[in-house]
Design a protein around this ligand. Structure first.
Ligand code: T3D
Length: 260
């Protein structure tokens, strides 16, 4: 599957970009779109050139969540279908081989907000809005929002925006630490690429293991976490990048990292 119909995909100058591409519906999610998203993330994992991933949306929206004009019928197996068709795409983003950044160009609503939260970082255009739209239509947040949002902005703020459905503006998102930067809409993708440069040049494997450690810390005791840190440290010390990093320090030069 490389002829995508619901997304656009490119890898340029070591950065992969996946653009959700249903602008007329503000990039609402469908089974096909989620299958294409998962496939594209797998392509990134397999491409040794790719050192970072940007997820963004075509047109004026980032993603409006589930396509409300194209839902599973009442009585269908929502759990089975979406765990098979939607969850793997989100999990693929969360486990991506390279650092991931959501460049939120407009509204991110419902499960579209959840998709942004599945990325390591979010940069928002000034036109961005983040809406936990679920309660507005009598549903609970899904696609990982109840996991990721309280961890990102704290329980009270998360409950507030989930229960009220009130939009979070780009400036509030930055104040709350949800986003790492806010930029003019026209500069969003250039800024995202620049922001990612240190990570593109960074030790990809160690960066991925850092994310793995932070995720594991949600469950581990302090002792188990310290042990896991050292296990990963021991593994990394035997790899090219840690040897190169140490040598570059001693030789007073920039390291050239290669490990995938
Ligand atoms: O039941 C299940 O399937 C379980 C799954 C749940 C997961 C979820 O994600 S539930 C949450 C689903 N999403 C929403 O409830 C958000 C719905 N959209 C909105 O509330 C608003 O569109 C926005 C706040 C996102 C943006 O508002 P605005 O005023 O900027 O744009 P608009 O005029 O409402 O929308 C523009 C077009 O996009 C419009 O099409 P039209 O009428 O011009 O042909 C609108 O219908 C379409 N659109 C927007 N969101 C969706 C959508 N079409 C399909 N599905 C959407 N989610």
């Amino acid at each position: 599957m490389s002829d995508y119909s619901q997304i656009r995909f490119e890898i340029r100058e070591r950065i992969a970009t996946i653009t959700l591409n249903r602008p007329d519906a503000l990039n609402a999610l469908t089974l096909d779109l989620m299958a294409e998203l998962k496939h594209a993330v797998e392509q990134v994992n397999q491409d040794s050139q790719a050192r970072a991933l940007i997820l963004t949306g075509a047109g004026r929206g980032f993603c409006s969540g589930q396509d409300l004009k194209n839902r599973l019928p009442e009585g269908a197996d929502l759990v089975g279908t979406l765990m098979e068709a939607y969850y793997p795409a989100v999990e693929a983003l969360r486990q991506c081989r390279v650092p991931t950044l959501a460049a939120v160009n407009g509204v991110a609503a419902g499960a579209g907000f959840s998709l942004a939260l599945a990325c390591d970082f979010i940069i928002a255009a000034q036109s961005a809005r983040f809406i936990q739209a679920f309660s507005r239509i009598g549903l609970v947040p899904d696609l990982g929002s109840t996991y990721a949002l309280p961890r990102a902005i704290g329980r009270s703020r998360a409950l507030r925006v989930m229960m009220t459905g009130e939009p979070i503006s780009a400036s509030t998102a930055q104040d709350w630490g949800l986003t790492v930067q806010t930029v003019e809409t026209e500069q969003l993708l250039d800024t995202a690429r620049q922001w990612l440069q240190p990570l593109v040049n960074g030790p990809t494997q160690a960066l991925r293991k850092t994310r793995e450690l932070v995720n594991a810390s949600e469950e581990n005791s302090f002792e188990a976490q310290c042990r896991l840190e050292l296990e990963l440290q021991q593994m990394l010390r035997a790899q090219h990048d840690a040897k190169e990093g140490g040598a570059a320090f001693l030789e007073k030069r920039q390291p050239v990292f290669k490990d995938l």
